[in-house]
Write a protein that binds this ligand. Structure first.
Ligand code: SF4
Length: 187
């Protein structure tokens, strides 16, 4: 029997934030360190209602491996999730439930709208389908496509990572953010 050859994969580790470096020390802003930790440990709540959810399953599986981004830990409890991923057609009847799930998530929270249906109602321009989830909750990143491929979902997640990494710790207390929440009738 020949020897089994184990291929080693080169792993890219998260880059450290900008800072001052010298022999034996590295100094940076607390905000940057928190941003780095948040960006690389986003816990998704998959709100999947139809076909786009199947693409998400592929995104989670070994080929695309969402775990590379620190997001393999799905949360079906809003209280332990910080990234709401809405995937699929959202009927108007389901709107209040989606909103309740969003409201139960602790700050900071981000929303990824995956696919044409979640983002705009898609091909379902009918009386019963919500024409975009941003009518009831604020959306941070939209992923186009019907359905979007896993690569696109990953790109959307990476954009949320950028937002999380660069967000000021004061943003959620800012007047601008309060105004955004108020525009959705939330505190
Ligand atoms: S965008 Fe297309 S693939 Fe996604 S849920 Fe709607 S119809 Fe299905």
């Amino acid at each position: 029997m020949g020897k089994q050859i184990i291929k080693r994969t080169k792993l890219d580790i998260a880059k450290h934030p900008e800072g001052l470096e010298g022999p034996g020390f590295f100094a940076t802003k607390l905000e940057s360190v928190i941003g780095l930790a948040r960006a690389n440990s986003l816990w998704p709540l998959p709100f999947a209602t139809s076909c786009c959810g199947i693409e998400f399953m592929a995104t989670m599986a070994s080929n695309y491996d969402l775990a590379r981004f620190g997001s393999e830990r799905l949360s079906f409890s809003p209280r332990q999730a910080d990234m709401l991923m809405v995937m699929g057609t959202i009927a108007k009847k389901m709107g209040p439930t989606l909103r309740q799930v969003y409201e139960q998530m602790a700050e900071p929270r981000w929303v990824l709208s995956v696919g044409a249906c979640a983002s705009s109602g898609g091909i379902f321009d009918t009386y019963s389908v919500l024409q975009g989830i941003d009518r009831i909750i604020p959306v941070d990143v939209y992923v186009p496509g019907c359905p979007p491929r896993p690569e696109q979902i990953i790109e959307g997640l990476m954009k949320i990572q950028e937002l999380a990494k660069n967000e000021s710790l004061r943003r959620r207390d800012s007047e601008e953010y309060k105004k955004l929440m108020n525009s959705y009738g939330m505190e």
